[in-house]
Design a protein around this ligand. Structure first.
Ligand SMILES: [Zn+2]
Length: 143
């Protein structure tokens, strides 16, 4: 096994300055918050992924009384894509979350399991997947 190097660059941007595709992905992530099944945590997560043809697919977190059966929004979106449109490249994944106070103020990032799945999808498609983390501080563009 050889050494691998991963680089992560973070950049904070105003949502209304993003491309139309990015904004569509964010709007899908926000829409997915209402489709979350999260009665146990009260923490809804939505993901919207922009595909190479400009179309958008979403996913939301799905909980279960048996905790290990829960599934994150990011993986729901990617597995939805793989099951319905295999071979389609993902350009960007937008992620947001909401608790009892509304959309989160600070960025939340994918968990380790989701990062592993995202990494494998990147390898399969041989190109990176950009992540956009949408927070309340950017929400003014969507009021
Ligand atoms: Zn996750």
């Amino acid at each position: 096994m050889g050494n691998t190097e991963q680089e992560i660059r973070l950049k904070e941007v105003q949502a209304d300055l993003l491309s139309e595709g990015d904004q569509n992905a964010i709007q899908e992530a926000i829409r997915q918050l209402d489709l979350s099944y999260s009665p146990y945590s009260g923490f809804s997560v939505g993901a919207g992924i922009e595909l190479e043809d400009g179309s958008i697919i979403g996913g939301s977190n799905q909980e279960n009384a048996s905790y290990p059966l829960c599934m994150c929004a990011e993986r729901v979106a990617l597995y939805h894509l793989s099951a319905s449109r295999p071979g389609t490249k993902v350009l960007t994944m937008a992620i947001t979350a909401r608790n009892q106070n509304g959309i989160i103020e600070r960025a939340v990032f994918p968990c380790g399991a989701c990062r592993q799945v995202i990494l494998e999808y990147e390898r399969i498609q041989n190109s990176p997947i950009r992540l956009l983390i949408y927070t309340r501080s950017d929400q003014s563009a969507y009021r």
